[in-house]
Design a protein around this ligand. Sequence first.
Ligand code: GLN
Length: 484
Amino acid sequence: MYKLSIAELGEGLRSKAFSSRELTEYFLRRIAALNPLYNALITVTENSALAAATHADKQLSSGIGGDLCGIPVLHKDIFCTQGVRTSCGSKMLDSFVPPYNAAVVENLASAGAIMLGKTNMDEFAMGSSNETSFYGPVKNPWDISRVPGGSSGGSAAAVASRMAPAATATDTGGSIRQPAALCGVSGLKPTYGRISRWGMIAFASSLDQAGPIAGSAEDCAILLQAMASYDPRDSTSVERSVPNYRATLNNSVAGVKIGIPKEYFLSGLNPGVEAAVMSSLSTLRDLGAELIDISLPNSHLSVPAYYVIAPAEASANLSRFDGVRYGHRCADPEDLEDMYRRSRAEGFGEEVQRRILIGSYCLSAGYYDAYYRKAQQVRQLIRQDFVEAFTQVDVIMGPTCPSPAFKFGAKGDDPVAMYLEDIYTIATNLAGLPGMSIPCGLVEGNPVGLQLIGNYFDEASILNVAHQLQRVSNWHTQHPEGLD
Ligand code: GLN
């Protein structure tokens, strides 16, 4: 059963092969058995899941309910869930129970999806390995001595081990695509503004975007359909109709122009990853796509620009955690200043504190022009590279990450080595473009990802190309051992 896609599970529900209640109980049993091994979930919402499943069964039997009605999903613990602890992977929010649901949570609930629980993540979504979570690291189901990627490592590991058929995630610099790549699943970061950020705890507001992680491009299309909406509560949400993403999945890729940026194949790329990416590209050529060499000349500036802009925005966003209104408060403060200081020192972990320091420094009066303004200018150059490239090609493709999953602790002492994990993913966030990762091979038994980047609001094209590739290949149907 765990091998079935969302589309197949939906057929099973509609043909009454099983009920949503049975499906929900099945995945809750898998969570009970597997989560102790992988630590992918922080919270399990068993009772509300069973109640929602009973409701979905009623809808299904009266013939209402779309593709997601009765399908179990998980939410990254960055999305506010009414009455359910939302920790953002931090001690700071360990006891925070939101009084409302995030827009993404509302949208999936009204599509009939069943929330099974909340997934583990790097603290405040800062990290590429899940090692910064207050709740301990998530283990990669392909090899538990390796990281699952981050920050949505819990969502990716939970889908890879099929504790749920799908999970929500967020991506500020790669946090959907990198863990999807390292765990051998499919993940989509939509265009900035496509999905409402309302109720999604902010890391770097001009870069953050929610998206799905699932077993295939088709399943990502089904999830995006429900997650995307215009929302006046998020002023950066874009008022634009949501196309029918499933309708174009089967378009032919003959004649589709695929740009291959030379900057994504330079030294530092693992040869096994390169070979896997090349093999997918030649499959696409066999399907009639046209491969075109392109250049994104400012690519090398994306990591430095990101590590000014993201910490700057984070330092401002995280100033709300002051021990006064919600979140951790230190014991017996001497005065207000002492309460701020100790609440934040105790509530935030090392990486979060590092980012706040970097961000506050870059925004300080003496350094604003040298760092923050400069980084914003570089961001425009990076965006311009893509605008230029999309005058020649329909989709851009390359590796998602430079190498497969690394071992725990391998980059722990070296923040810059960790930051370079996102060398191929960050530019799309800086430009606001949609990007996707799908599995394209195994290197010594560890999954690697193929990245697809689309033009603004053209999620349909990357989903189409990814789906056509998945029709003729089977990397997305491979599972780690020991799941039965
Ligand atoms: N790994 C990057 C960082 O640590 C990206 C994180 C993300 O996309 N949330 O900032």
